[in-house]
Design a protein around this ligand. Structure first.
Ligand code: ZN
Length: 79
């Protein structure tokens, strides 16, 4: 599921990592991104937003756009 990505700048294999950011006590943002260990270039992959409002809602964003919903331009991304 994790793709191997080479840095567009220097061609080094990029590391896949996740950054978690607490936005509030009810909202957490988890960003998955590739980072080049050589030059530090970052490529955003997917962002999850987990919000607790009675239940738990998980929203998935790709490049800043919601995806996984009907009408979203997510062609080819469906599992
Ligand atoms: Zn690089």
């Amino acid at each position: 599921m994790i793709n191997e990505v080479d840095c567009p700048r220097c061609g080094v294999r990029m590391d896949f990592q996740a950054e978690t950011e607490i936005m509030s006590d009810r909202m957490k943002r988890i960003r998955y991104l590739y980072k080049c260990p050589a030059c530090g270039v970052k490529i955003n992959d997917v962002e999850l937003r987990v919000s607790r409002n009675g239940g738990i809602t998980i929203s998935v964003y790709s490049n800043g756009n919601p995806r996984g919903y009907e009408g979203a331009s997510a062609a080819g991304q469906a599992p």
